[in-house]
Design a binder for this molecule. Structure first.
Ligand code: FAD
Length: 395
């Protein structure tokens, strides 16, 4: 096979994998779509039926090797799933945190740890959340205070506090980033970080729900660790060397977040287009006015550009290449494009955009959030400035 034919064949198989995932996801969202998720949000309950169906269709197992009960593929496939769910108006923060949490375990855990913590998430039987953010450290995760100390029995004792933890109430496991050496005692701030998986039923874990307004089924929690006893097998990889593992996970999180932004951005645009074809206050559809049409067209162009970057970054990640720059750019561009799309949708809907029943203003918090979480876009620009352009560190 010549190089051109090989390239075409691999492109064809990539495209057909993407189409298969999109089609299977549509099979789920046809039953559990936007109306269903809005009901779950209203009732403050986890979308159990949706999750079970995603497990049944093998979609939750994407990115996990088949030998561990997964459906194979990599971050690209699970990003496409997240995008396809968002495209149906069903954003799930849980898929973002599960997708990210499983990466360091699959890449660095023992086969027993993978079977214990990852395999049951492929069917949806168990769910995983992720905890890195702390009230005082904020974006500066290296300044975290949560500390795990050896308990003299081969395990660890965890003490500290996390904030904004999505889905903590509904999760069975939590991947926690903690210090095993205090920041004040290390030469380099990346030293002394470790990753642990907690069983959420362990005594000493307390949750306090936060009053966050983002229209997703997952709520956010303050999580307290009050001398939580962890078994030896809770530690993923080597103690003190968790920073590298964490960044592998965080790059995949940026891609999953980009997928959500792209899907929700397209969802918002589709609403804008449909409405603008019908609404005729001056006799002509408002979609024929360039002020609105160009706004929608620009958002669409931005979404498609961000999509290319996202898929490229995911392919690099799955090939084991350094995907940091591309993943950061994908999340940056994806979230900016999604906000442009929801802004276009709001403008197009005029006053009705603010009527919750039109479900446009309800999209805004989630899409605007993506410029701040899982990582704010300023930090992504800092990364590009420093690591891609070679400029001096700014903070
Ligand atoms: C709905 C929601 C869900 C979340 N889910 C999770 C979760 O599941 N798990 C988890 O661990 N965390 C989660 N987070 C936390 C989220 O990742 C953090 O809010 C985010 O990383 C920022 O931290 P902070 O809010 O303390 O902001 P701060 O660190 O206080 O920063 C505030 C602002 O200052 C600016 N800024 C900060 N540092 C710099 C800098 N160096 N250069 C330039 N500008 C800067 C940015 O504009 C930033 O938005 C969630 C947050 C929300 C709101």
């Amino acid at each position: 096979m010549d190089v051109q034919t090989q390239n075409r064949t691999s492109m064809d198989s990539l495209q057909s994998r993407i189409r298969d995932i999109q089609e299977a996801t549509r099979g789920v969202t046809a039953q559990y779509g936007r109306a269903y998720i809005l009901e779950c949000i209203k009732e403050d309950r986890f979308p159990d039926e949706l999750w079970a169906k995603l497990g049944e269709f093998g979609l939750l197992g994407l990115s996990i090797p088949e030998e561990y009960g997964g459906s194979g593929g990599g971050v690209l496939e699970i990003t496409v799933l997240n995008e396809a769910l968002a495209l149906a108006g069903v954003p799930t923060l849980f898929l973002v945190v599960t997708g990210l949490g499983r990466v360091p375990i699959v890449r660095n855990g023992t086969p027993e740890q993978i079977r214990k913590y990852v395999t049951p998430t492929c069917t949806g039987e168990k769910k995983m959340c992720f905890a890195i953010t702390e009230p005082n450290a904020g974006t500066n995760s290296f300044a975290m205070n949560t500390l795990a100390t050896p308990n003299g029995k081969g395990g660890w004792t965890l003490k500290g506090q996390k904030v904004f933890i999505s889905g903590a109430r509904d999760a069975d496991f939590m991947l926690v980033v903690a210090r095993t050496t205090r920041a004040s005692e290390v030469k380099n701030r990346t030293e002394g970080m470790s990753l642990f998986v907690l069983d959420m039923n362990t005594p000493g874990i307390k949750l306090q729900q936060l009053n966050i307004q983002v229209e997703t089924a997952e709520r956010q929690y303050m999580v307290f660790f009050d001398d939580v006893e962890l078994p030896a097998d809770a530690l993923i990889g080597e103690a003190g060397k968790g920073a590298k593992l964490m960044f592998e996970g965080l790059n995949s999180e940026r891609l999953l977040a980009a997928g959500a932004a792209l899907g929700m951005g397209d969802y918002a645009l589709a609403k804008a287009v449909a409405y603008s074809k019908e609404r005729k206050p001056f006799g002509k559809p408002i979609g024929s006015y360039q002020a609105l049409q160009h706004r929608m067209a620009m958002a669409k162009a931005q979404i498609e550009a961000a999509r290319l970057m996202t898929y490229t970054a995911a392919e690099r990640f799955d090939a084991g290449e350094d995907a940091g720059a591309h993943a950061n750019m994908a999340k940056l561009l994806g979230s900016e494009a999604a906000v442009a799309a929801v802004e276009a949708a709001l403008q197009t809907h005029g006053g009705y955009g603010f009527d919750r029943d039109y479900d446009v203003v309800t999209l805004w918090p989630m899409l605007r959030l993506l410029k701040i979480a899982p990582i704010n876009n300023e930090m992504l620009l800092n990364y590009i400035g420093e690591h891609v352009l070679g400029l001096p560190k700014s903070y």
